[in-house]
Design a protein around this ligand. Structure first.
Ligand SMILES: [Zn+2]
Length: 78
């Protein structure tokens, strides 16, 4: 579930998913809600041979070994 940060409502706190590209074997992270329903492709080689391999959940927010990652929606620097 994504929510606005209590400290800065421009930052969206979301569960994160780590995706692996099975063509170039690099990984990348996407926001769960932000990427829902979107066909993902690798940001490095543009392959669509990617799979979600790990994720955080509302109960376990730090399973990726990182904290404090947020994203903004819409225009930046509003
Ligand atoms: Zn790739």
């Amino acid at each position: 579930m994504s929510v606005a940060s209590p400290y800065n409502p421009n930052f969206i706190i979301d569960n994160l998913e780590r995706c692996m590209c099975f063509d170039c074997y690099k990984s990348f992270i996407v926001g769960e809600d932000l990427s829902k329903g979107i066909k993902l492709s690798c940001p490095y080689c543009k392959s669509d041979n990617v799979e979600r391999v790990a994720c955080t959940t509302d109960d376990r927010p730090v399973d990726l070994g990182c904290v404090g990652i947020t994203y903004t929606k819409g225009e930046e620097n509003q």
